[in-house]
Design a protein around this ligand. Sequence first.
Ligand SMILES: [Zn+2]
Length: 294
Amino acid sequence: MSEIITNAMTVDVEDYFHVTAFSKSINISDWSSLEYRAETNTERVLGLFDAAGIKATFFVLGWVAKRSPSLIQKIHAAGHEVACHGMSHELVYKQTPNTFLNETKDAKHLLEDLVGVQVIGYRAASYSIVKKTLWALDILLDLGFRYDSSIFPVRHDIYGMRDAPRTPFNPTAGALLEIPLTTVELFGHRFPCGGGGYFRLLPYVTFKAALRRVNHVDRMPAVFYFHPWEIDPSQPKIAAGTLSKFRHYHNLNRTQARLERLLSDFSWGRMDSIFIGSNRYTNVERVSLSKESA
Ligand SMILES: [Zn+2]
C-alpha cells in the first residue's frame, strides 16, 4: 500500500477582465467600470472547498484585495493560505526590476495587513517569470517570500521555461523554493497538466490519469490551479481574438462539475503545508537557470 500524496490546490484570485488574453481588448483604466464578479465567484469557490473539506492556497491579486478586503479575511478565516499574485497583473517581463520590487512589496504588505500573518508565497501574472526575468526571484527572496510558483517548465507562446526542472528546486543563493506548475512526461515530452485551460480542454479521465501518473510514477505532489471566473459561465463576454476567446470560454459550463470530481478523486492541501511545512523540500537541489538557453 503506497502512501497517499497530498496535492496542492491553488486559486488565482482575479476577475475575468484581468486575464492576459484580453489585455489587447481591455484597458486597465476600464477595469473599475466593468461588472465585478470576482467576489461572488471566490465565495462560490470557498463553498466548494468547504463542502469537500479541503484547504487550499489563494494567490490574491492586490487589485482584488483593495476592492474586497473582507473577502481576503474570509479566505484566511476559513483556514486557507493567502498568498500573493502581485498588484496589477502586469506581466513581470513588461516591468522593470524597480517597478516589480515596489508593486510586489505593496501587494505583500496589503495582504499581510488584512490577514495579520506573513505572506510567504508568490505567483506571477501568467507565469511570467521566464529566462529574461530571473532577477525577479532574487527580489522575491529579498522581500521575504519562502516560495514562488511562477515557472511553467514547458514551451508556450506567452510563458514557460522548457528546460527548468519539473520538481521543486532552489533557484537562488538563499532559501527560496521554486515550485513549478505540474507537467507530465510522456514519450519523452512534457505536457502541462496543472489546470487552467488544459483542465477544461482535455477529457476529465485523461486529466485524472495524468495527475495519477505524477503521484504514482513520479511520486510527487501536483500543483493544480484555476481561477474563480472559470466556474462562472454567465460572465459578460468580451470581444477578443479567436484563440483568446477559445482559451477563456471553452467548457466553462462544465468546469464546476469537473472540479468537484477532482476535489473528491485526490487528496488536496495548502502550498505552505505541503512544501514549506515538511522537511522534505528543505534541502532541494540548487539549480542555476541560465539566461542563455531557451
Ligand atoms: Zn493571474
